[in-house]
Ligand binder design. Sequence first.
Ligand code: XMP
Length: 524
Amino acid sequence: MTPDQHPDSILIVDFGSQVTQLIARRVREAGVYCEIASFTQAEAAFARMQPKGVILSGSPASVPSEGSPRAPEELFEAGVPILGICYGQQVMSHQLGGEVRPGHETGDGGEFGRAFLTVTEPCALFDGLWQVGERHQVWMSHGDKVTRFAPGFRIVATSDGAPFAVIADEDRRFYGTQFHPEVAHTPDGAKLIANFVHRVCGLAGDWTMAAYRDTKIREIREQVGNGRVICGLSGGVDSSVAAILIHEAIGDQLTCVFVDHGLLRLNERAQVESLFRDHYNIPLVVVDAEERFMRGLAGVTDPEAKRKFIGGEFIAVFEEEAAKLGGAEFLAQGTLYPDVIESVSFTGGPSVTIKSHHNVGGLPERMNMALVEPLRELFKDEVRVLGRELGLNDQFVGRHPFPGPGLAIRIPGEVTKERCDVLRKADAIYLEEIRAAGLYDAIWQAFAVLLPVKTVGVMGDGRTYDNVCALRAVTSVDGMTADIYPFDAGFLSRVATRIINEVQGINRVVYDYTSKPPGTIEWE
Ligand code: XMP
């Protein structure tokens, strides 16, 4: 077995659905390791992983359309259980000899949103959960549908819009659901997926973070040997958890480098120093690079130019520090699973760059270092569990994400030290109030933005002419989409009053009411 092979795993074949990652989360919540592979890579992934079961995802594509994606035929001949979800059900039906017709031909436009199905026959997926004759809420999102199922299958649940809401071939252990069990709007969906991986695939559900930690420690030791590892800390959860895990594996062969680019939040540098030096005793180099970053940012107002400069300068500072340390063979990064999943493009063209993300990309090639990325297989919430496993407290592991370019992308227009200082104060007050109201953990990310706009106000008997501060707070599962957090007016006016009274340079506060899409979470 190769080091990254798990004996009990599930392969999820991605046809480009927006919610494929949710399937993976549900499988992992059931205590089973899984990986997502694009349908173009599925055959290789299957051979490498030798999974005990396969799940076929949904898709924006249409099975009857020419060129739409197919599952590798080998999967259907391998003797492992398969669960097809939505498009996955349709493509499996089509490939095994059934029929799928587009919505415009069946004349009923499909089903979108909440629907109810009726269980018509027992099925292993429903064991201990759904009984014959019961009605259950599910989430549908399909235009096409299966109109004739493949030989060997039978119908085990129906809905008004999808006569084949669930189909099963218990001999081959192939199942298909027209609805999406992976989304929260299918209340029993997680249990159906757990039934598939436990009862149908026979997996024990014993994949835990404690086991993951031990495996990774062993792997890191094997990979690194006596080599030296250098890790760029951002102060965020991911790089910190990666560093602490690596330190547990190889001790002082690891050195962390924390670049203070002057774009950090209030007290952030002190917190990182104290955590790493005092609490974990991990060798830490802190580079004071504020002046250098501010000089380079002078006069830069274009968001992409800011991002590019910060990313490039970060690499330069990091390289200099690594050289001072006498070099290292390995670079550690807190790369997460969502960053490594290959996105599926049906047009074959590159996807549009909305923002150039800054996360030390480009460093390994330039510095000729091998990567150590112990979190590559994890989702954000799993990293938090691992962090707790490593002794990090809840307050630290539960911190909101903070972008690599820091406050620079929360200061539209020119970034100066003065503007950073003003924003830091406003941001700290906002977060303090959010914590005091007990709302911090209910919010994915909350922060203040300093606008390059001055407005007139009146304070005491005098006229003011000062900056506008915008407050942003969103809920999200993975940062890909987001909803605004609906604070009550009393909370917002309390925060606004405090910011205007306590922060010199701000005389007006507004709340950002934009979801993502159409907005992005950060302002630049
Ligand atoms: P957007 O603004 O694209 O942000 O909706 C989505 C999530 O990503 C974070 N973000 C970044 N994280 N480097 C990072 O490490 C970056 O350059 C970067 N830009 C945005 C953002 O804070 C949000 O959580």
